[in-house]
Write a protein of this length. Sequence first.
Length: 563
Amino acid sequence: MKRFILIISLISFLACDDSVLDVPPRDRIAETAVWTDESLIRAYHNGLYTSVLHGFNIHMQSKATDEAHCAISWDIGNVPNGNLTADNVTSVANTHWTGGGNIYVWNTAYQDIRKINVFLEKMQTSTVALTDKARLVAEAKFLRAYNYFILLERFGGVPIVTRSYELGEEEKFERSTFDQCVAFIDQDLNEATPDLPAKYESSNSNFGRATQDACKALRSRMYLYAASPLFNPANDKARWQKAADAAEALLNSGYSLHPNYTTLFNQPSGTANNEMIFVRSFSTTNFHQAPMHNLGRRYGAYGGWWASNGPSQNLVDDYDMINGEPAFIYPGGVKTVNPASGYDPQQPYKDRDPRFEATIIHDGSVYHGDTFEMWVATDGKTWGFDSYKQSGDNPRSNYVLRKFMPGDGVPLNWQQPYTNPWIVFRLGEIYLNYAEAKFELGDEVTCREYLSRIRARVGMPAIPATVTGQELRRRLYNERRIELAFEEHRFWDVRRWKIGTDVENRPIMGMDIIKNTATGTKTYTPIQLLQRKFDERMYLLPIEANEILRNKGYLQQTPGWGQ
């Protein structure tokens, strides 16, 4: 009988090209030697941190949501087209070239879990004197809990594997229940916590390693998901109370909202930032090139590459006006300009929530001294440099991602090593987790308070006390959409809230900008770019069909996806 655990070589055990700490490559070393050499043990342990996902990919996860649309020259992928199957689900794997990154992680997550299990087993028998052995073990348990959570949010209950298996061993791998997986994750976090430091400051060289607060943040997200409609159909309030308690445990832990929403995301690793709780770190030797992936032709090599994560009009429409009013309302389900907002369809970018300018480059935006031009002339013969007509690598939506991109003093080229960390957990998310749990428990006052704290950072008005009930829920959901845009929350939020059959069936929209070359005036017209497809089974991902075949009769396919 075959198993789904994929055995990898010792070379990949030791590969640390993207690890938290820089370690010289050491390959072709006998496995038995690893556990008798302190430096090799540490190298192996550092390599465990490569399991922490980051979103600085050519195709971000947002491409598979209503946050973004691809550039002209890229395939939109199987998720928004509604073509996902158990046969092609690896097209949205975290290493795949197209389709949206970090979605299908089954293979890599179980590979990482195996590496963690090997480490935990070897630490029980190793005779090497490690002064910080208890901390290293605790970090490994945190990372195992993290890997099980990313499986849980994607597949529901999954097999719990607590030891390593060698090639040729016979074993039956069956799904545990969702609640069993939650309990296992919680157990790992409980066991890890006593031997971890409470926190590291963001300027500390160890920032990016597991801490007690990272455990609390993971527990907050896990219990929020466990309480949500997808996993809590009976709306058990005890689950929401656990979610509230888990978030509350971090509210007074010494963190604060970073004063500048833009620099929160684009400062180099090692910069003081008291909002970040846990991150995927980068260095000048292990860096990323996210700006060059996202800024399109204007700064790209070979005439422009890869700006395939262009924000959608759907997202743009959901930014409030500076007076706190939503730009649009939906009486009877029909989208209508909110007369109280002051929104002008022919000046669509004027007076919006400041997070709009911090997140999205639009026609007329100035970035790095350059004015972006997404217009096309009325005669169709001339166009702005950043229009989709100029390059197939410019987003068809006519918006470019600004969030995470460097400030004016940082060069934009392929030679520049970008080291701003990918934020996995931050205080802003914890505030939103707390607000949501409190709302579901009937405490609307606290919900509004924490939403308003988030908004106050950028000078947005507080949520009025008159906003209650379902309208407060709408504002809560939208605040999370805006605050956490492109941070790889939207795909999972839509699913855990079970609003996918509505939201994910709406078309992806862009904006056509037509310029009258005689007068210089512009006309703004939303345009449909893609009609998406979503049905009930898509709330959870299928397991790759070949994986099911390798585990005949034991590993069950996700409901709705067949065998």
